[in-house]
Design a protein. Structure first.
Length: 365
């Protein structure tokens, strides 16, 4: 059979006119485009599809201190030398983020809407609730969504401004290391043998930058901590049920972690009105371009748990306290849920000061 003399584009008549125009202009169409392209999906397939209720963590039960502060202790952390816990929004003096007839709240961040004196008083209330003394210094950081980890000492308590970092470590007793959150994930780590403690602030940017892996690495390098001596607790933050993100966040995680894709879910709204009357919410937009439909959610709790595992901690030594700041707003502040008008909570950890023996053999702090 004689080979056909017809041009390659003749199999697709709609391209013949285009080829003729290209020839008149002295151009040649790219032969790779002679075949029709297959449609490109708006999002890679393969995500687990769930509802928000399937991802929502249980609501933890807070402990109420005698001074009225409600905070979350860490289950199983009964070491006599260790202070630790996660604050809630309940039990303070702030009125910037609550209704006029509501009790005061425990805002612990120097936000524009609250008074500095009230925030300082709230911090003293939290220190008293966790340590038994309102004079225990709380060391906070100027958090910058980095992987920068510092050594904290008693001199930091007298600094006029906090240092810039997203994690700090100390071996000095009598201090409470703190990280502030209002959706980001707080992670506390303690060395049971050497009595070293650390606190890390892990938003999605800090998680991608491996703030927790970096911090545990600093504990091992600078203090000689061994992974099997470490315990860790992951506190409340915006959980996978609510933490919707864009495709750029997926790209960041996939570029950094082999398991990055496993941290994402496609979450379908379970709004009963939309379920009962779906026709009311139809649009004329192309598939994938409508606000109705699944959204992409990231699980930062699991992401930071995996970093702890990668750092050598055993699964049994990692406690996930639970709670979602975004959908459990009666207990937590949430920057995302309140569109930026929110207070700040704190995750705190410290080494209890040893008791000293006074006259007559009586013990005193």
């Amino acid at each position: 059979m004689r080979p056909s003399s017809r041009p390659e584009s003749s199999a697709f008549p709609d391209t013949e006119l285009l080829d003729a125009l290209f020839q008149q202009a002295g151009l040649v169409r790219n032969p790779r485009r002679t075949q029709p392209r297959s449609p490109r999906p708006s999002r890679p397939a393969g995500f687990v599809r769930v509802t928000p209720q399937e991802l929502a963590p249980p609501l933890p039960v807070p402990r109420r201190a005698p001074n009225g502060v409600e905070w979350l202790p860490i289950p199983g952390w009964n070491l006599p030398w260790l202070w630790s816990g996660f604050s809630t929004r309940k039990g303070g003096l702030s009125r910037a983020y609550c209704a006029e007839d509501a009790p005061g709240e425990l805002n612990l961040g120097f936000t524009a809407a609250d008074e500095r004196a009230i925030v300082l008083a709230n911090r003293r209330l939290l220190a008293e609730a966790v340590t038994g003394s309102d004079a225990t210094p709380i060391l906070a950081l100027k958090q910058i969504h980095s992987n920068l980890v510092l050594e904290a000492t008693r001199t930091d308590a007298t600094r006029p401004t906090p240092r810039r970092a997203d994690g700090h470590i100390t071996a000095q007793p009598g201090l409470l290391l703190a990280v502030q959150t209002a959706d980001c994930i707080p992670v506390l780590v303690a060395d049971r043998r050497q009595r070293i403690v650390a606190a890390f602030h892990a938003g999605w940017r800090g998680t991608v930058k491996r703030i927790v892996e970096t911090g545990v690495g600093r504990m091992r390098l600078d203090y000689g901590c061994r992974p099997h001596d470490l315990i860790a607790a992951i506190g409340p933050g915006a959980s996978a049920c609510c933490y919707s993100v864009g495709e750029e966040v997926l790209s960041e995680f996939e570029s950094q972690f082999t398991y990055g894709r496993d941290l994402f879910h496609e979450v379908f709204s379970s709004d009963p009105v939309k379920t009962k009357y779906p026709m009311l919410f139809l649009t004329q937009r192309a598939p994938g371009h409508s606000p109705i439909g699944p959204s992409l959610h990231v699980d930062l709790v699991e992401a930071n748990r995996r970093q702890l595992l990668a750092s050598g901690l055993s699964p049994r030594s990692i406690q996930v306290v639970g709670g979602c700041t975004q959908c459990q707003g009666d207990l937590f502040f949430s920057h995302r849920a309140s569109h930026g008008h929110a207070g700040r909570m704190m995750a705190v950890i410290g080494i209890r000061e040893a008791r000293k023996t006074g006259p007559g053999g009586a013990s005193r702090k």
